[in-house]
Design a protein around this ligand. Structure first.
Ligand SMILES: Nc1nc2c(ncn2[C@@H]2O[C@H](COP(=O)(O)OP(=O)(O)OP(=O)(O)O)[C@@H](O)[C@H]2O)c(=O)[nH]1
Ligand SMILES: [Mg+2]
Length: 331
């Protein structure tokens, strides 16, 4: 399955309408003053974010988007009608690039967010504009300006709804690969993950994107380790999976370190729904596991024990995640 949807398209804004040449007609006045109106403005091509869209598939079938041209100016100083704007609806999470320069024009992340990708041309001037004391019967007019055209590249970057956080080496990436189809790099050393990774959880009908980010250490809020800058990638998620390594000498200390660093970044992090995942339980003796689970349950409501390595407890975790994923988004 492909996660990053891409599409190319051509957008052309409407041309401005031509200015009009005419002269007032009045009884007994053979030739009145000039009264040719301006042309109308061409329509813009506007990209608009729409939550209900899920892919860029539609752009495989329709690639040309052209807004209406402005109309000609009329007599009696009538300005031509403006061309109608053309809206192109895209899913949230779409990055819009100029295909030639590859520059990012806009990142569409909100419902109804708008961005004009091609501006309509201004209307031309009618001959009424050219009149002066020495030039009483001008026949000049101007053409409308051509509407902008642009070749665009759209990329749908999926917005994560669930984030995985934890200390380095706790098994976050291994967990991501268990829950989703992603194949992140896993290493037996801290800071294997240097940039966020995404995977898709669930079936085609109900896809939920999970983000795995680099590990957080004590002092991360002061810039230690890789710092907390990557937390922005999970800032908009509904749910956080907090991963704690069960083989650590103190799971409670690890939990508190994580909690503290997240809180120092933003209290919002603590208001999100969370599931505490006690990972690497394959490394523990049963009595040891029971003791550690108890310690964590004193601190957290929902604790799920798993082994991301051998799959133990993963089905239960998936069920818990499924139940939570529709939860309220924290603003
Ligand atoms: N025994 C065991 N080892 C695991 C388990 N999950 C992960 N590991 C191992 O722990 C190490 C770290 O795993 P990663 O998934 O890279 O951990 P991470 O939290 O993503 O690490 P960073 O990206 O460095 O923060 C690897 O050697 C994994 O094979 C588990 O459930 N049991
Ligand atoms: Mg990792």
């Amino acid at each position: 399955m492909k996660f990053v949807d891409e599409a190319s398209l051509y957008a052309k804004a409407g041309d401005g309408g031509r200015g009009h040449v005419s002269f007032r007609r009045e009884k007994y006045v053979p030739k009145g003053g000039p009264d040719g109106g301006d042309g109308g403005k061409g329509g813009d091509v506007i990209i608009v974010g729409k939550r209900s869209l899920a892919s860029l598939l539609d752009f495989r079938y329709k690639r040309h988007y052209k807004a209406e041209n402005g109309r000609l100016g009329g007599g009696r100083n009538k300005t031509g009608r403006n061309g109608t704007d053309l809206y192109i609806y895209v899913p949230l999470g779409t990055i819009v690039r100029d295909e030639r320069s590859q520059d990012i024009l806009v990142d569409i992340i909100e419902e109804e967010q708008r961005w004009v990708v091609a501006h309509g041309g201004a209307g031309g001037q009618g001959n009424a504009r050219f009149v002066s004391s020495v030039h009483r019967a001008p026949r000049e007019f101007t053409e409308g300006i051509r509407g902008e055209e642009r070749y665009l590249r759209l990329e749908l970057k999926l917005l994560a709804e669930i984030g995985i956080v934890g200390l380095p080496n706790s098994g976050k990436s291994t967990l991501l690969s268990r829950l989703t189809n992603a194949k992140p790099e896993v290493g037996s050393y801290p800071f294997t993950t240097l940039s966020p990774g995404l995977g898709v959880f669930g079936d085609d009908e109900e896809r939920v994107v999970i983000a795995d980010i680099p590990g957080i250490i004590k002092g991360a809020s002061e810039g230690k380790g890789l710092g907390l800058t990557f937390l922005k990638h999970v800032e908009r998620t509904n749910v956080l999976l907090w991963v704690v390594d069960a083989s650590s000498s103190s799971v409670s200390d690890d939990y508190l370190t994580l909690r503290n660093e997240l809180a120092l970044h933003s209290e919002k992090m603590l208001r999100k729904q969370r599931i505490l995942v006690l990972n690497k339980i394959d490394l523990l003796a049963a009595s040891d596991l029971a003791r550690k689970e108890k310690a964590l349950k004193a601190l957290e409501e929902e604790v799920v024990s798993v082994s991301a390595l051998n799959g133990l407890g993963i089905d239960e975790l998936k069920a818990v995640v499924s139940k939570r994923k529709g939860g309220q988004r924290v603003a």
